[in-house]
Design a protein around this ligand. Structure first.
Ligand code: UDP
Ligand code: MG
Length: 325
């Protein structure tokens, strides 16, 4: 039977949260007015998560799971869930209950009102460090300023999507998947629903600072060419400064031979400054070229070690067969 609702939840070392997550998500599913499937994507967990998923599958036929052959990252795990989801309505949320599943009925309400994407927007983050709050606040505003598409601020991956939107996302061939950006890029009728982000239910944060930074750079580079242009601008600016300095030095040589500004320090600073500008520019170029390289290799996004609950499901063609050259 085709489910009406698909809930997609990525799982990475979540043994401490899975039982409570299943309890709360299960209660919400019981209250929904159609058949549901709960798609749990095990992203190469090293703890007992997979065993817990198998156990849930044995007890509840609504539970389906995918298990990656290694850790591929949150965005890839959600992507895989979207590839396999069959529902008319697909909802993505985190395993740690920071995205309260009790919000889902309100999201469905908005879908009924005609919206095809209902994303949850944080109005408050409870008990997250000031560092996380500050960097997140700054980043979303910079991104909004630089990106070609209007990516709403303070939204994560917690959202409801109509089948049509999921098909559009599944058809996007890129390997670099900044999902909240792709979702905004896709268009359709979108609306926000405000919510308070709860603290993590249990366990450690799986997004280390490094992973968060990588995600932020992915978002910027995938959705903006401004950094490239910026290196051009800085280059032009330093050329102008160099020209000005040249004129100044010429003036001093001719009219003020005792000027102090022609010594070693000036040269050293100029060399370091230009060296820095060049290295940063090369770094920015590298970010884009590295991504081109990733795309060109055309590898599948993930490798699956185990799939349960999708026996009659054909894999999404866009994903498993490379497009003709
Ligand atoms: N996650 C994942 N793969 C990873 C890291 C995280 O699937 O490599 C999952 C994790 O299990 C959780 C969600 O992504 O369901 C969000 O992770 P977390 O709560 O640690 O990060 P936050 O977004 O709260 O900073
Ligand atoms: Mg979390």
């Amino acid at each position: 039977m085709q489910p009406t609702y698909s809930l997609v939840i990525p799982i990475y070392n979540e043994e401490a949260t899975i039982p409570e997550m299943y309890r709360r998500v299960g209660a919400v599913m019981d209250g929904l007015d159609g058949p549901c499937e709960l798609i749990l994507v095990n992203d190469g967990s090293r703890d007992r998560s997979l065993a817990l998923l198998r156990d849930l599958r044995d007890r509840d036929p609504r539970v389906c799971y995918l298990s990656f052959a290694r850790n591929f990252g949150h965005q890839t795990a959600v992507t895989a869930g979207l590839n396999f989801a069959r529902g008319r309505i697909v909802i993505v949320l985190d395993a740690d209950l920071q995205d309260p599943p009790e919000l889902i009925p309100a999201m469905v309400e908005q879908w009924r009102a005609g919206y095809q994407v209902v994303y949850a927007q944080r109005v408050q983050r409870r008990q997250e460090s000031w560092f996380k709050r500050l960097t997140a606040y700054g980043f979303y505003r910079v991104l909004r300023h630089l990106a070609d598409v209007d990516i709403p601020t303070d939204t994560g991956d917690f959202c409801l999507m109509d089948r049509q939107v999921v098909e559009a996302l599944n058809a996007m061939p890129e390997r670099n998947r900044y999902l909240r950006g792709l979702r905004a890029w896709a268009g359709f009728r979108q609306t926000a629903i405000p919510f308070q982000r709860d603290p993590r239910f249990a366990g450690e944060v799986k997004y280390t600072f490094r992973k968060s930074l990588a995600l932020a750079i992915d978002g910027l580079v995938s959705f903006s060419k401004v950094p490239l242009r910026m290196s051009t601008y800085v280059g032009l600016l330093s050329a102008a400064i160099a020209l000005l300095m040249g004129l100044l030095v010429l003036y001093w040589r001719l009219f003020e031979p005792n000027s102090p500004l022609t010594g070693f320090a000036t040269i050293a600073i100029a060399i370091f400054f230009l060296g820095a500008v060049q290295l940063v520019s090369i770094g920015i170029l590298g970010e884009y070229i590295g991504r081109i390289y990733e795309e060109v290799k055309g590898r599948p996004l993930y490798t699956l070690a185990e799939v349960k609950g999708f026996e009659h499901q054909r894999p999404t063609p866009a994903l498993h067969t490379p497009p003709p050259p």
